[in-house]
Write a protein of this length. Structure first.
Length: 250
């Protein structure tokens, strides 16, 4: 079962050795940062596509990043891949007392509440419920995380209509903004309020935008392919007609 994983570890060790690959030897935790993000997003793309062979490949690329970081740390005498596995395993057991402990429940909300309580006990240095949110993820994902955490302590609109009124008011404030700085601030408020609307409807705002981007891309490429003249030369009426056609067919 672990044979191929052991081979992978050996391969990475060789690549990082004096007789290995010059590029791999040059890598550090910092230089690998963009690759970790890129591979994670490509894995999500594969999940969205439903192509399991593609997903298997992309998960391998994510694993490569983990193994590379472990090898670099091992060379520095800090930790190794076994230390990573042990820390993860210990954390999973600690945070699942309903499976490995004496707490008996199958209620998902209770399980999530216990998870948060245990995390709080593990990290007593965090004073705010908003501490610990990644600074490297997208702003949209950060907004979702902030919103979810604030709601857990009761900071929530009474109903969806109030939230929609809030979004409308943010648009009105944007319209009244005079300077570029004011417009930037008010537009940020529009985005944050809209993320709350997604969260309230149990939608992942990041995935919603990914799908919207993909939909627009397909429709725009349809227009590029089917336009009878250069897009730059289309009139507004022709743009509208072609867009409606693209919406039907792409």
């Amino acid at each position: 079962m672990h044979e191929n994983f052991e081979k992978l570890l050996k391969t990475i060790e060789i690549l990082r050795s004096e007789n290995g690959c010059a590029w791999d030897r040059e890598q550090t935790h910092k230089t690998l940062r963009p690759h970790m993000l890129e591979e994670a997003y490509e894995a999500v793309d594969a999940m969205n596509s439903g192509d399991m062979e593609h997903l298997k490949e992309e998960l391998g690329d994510v694993l490569l990043q983990v193994v590379l970081h472990a090898q670099i740390a091992a060379e520095e005498g800090i930790f190794n891949i076994d230390d990573i596995a042990k820390r993860l395993n210990d954390k999973l057991i600690q945070r699942h007392p309903h499976v490995f402990g004496d707490i008996k429940t199958n209620n998902v909300n209770t399980i999530l509440d216990n998870w948060e309580k245990i995390k709080k006990q593990e990290k007593p240095h965090r004073k705010s419920i908003l501490d610990g949110i990644s600074k490297s993820q997208s702003a949209l994902m950060t907004a979702q995380k902030i919103s979810k955490k604030a709601v857990k302590v009761g900071f929530e609109w009474e109903n969806e209509e109030q939230l929609k009124d809030c979004i409308k008011s943010e648009f009105e404030e944007f319209d009244r903004a005079k300077t570029q700085e004011e417009k930037e601030e008010e537009f940020g408020d529009i985005l944050f309020a809209t993320v709350n609307l997604a969260r309230r409807n149990k939608l992942d705002a990041e995935q919603c935008l990914i799908k919207a981007n993909d939909k627009f891309k397909k429709r725009f490429q349809y227009m590029e392919l089917h336009s009878k003249k250069d897009l730059e030369k289309l009139s507004l009426k022709e743009w509208d007609k072609l867009w409606k056609e693209a919406k039907k067919n792409a």
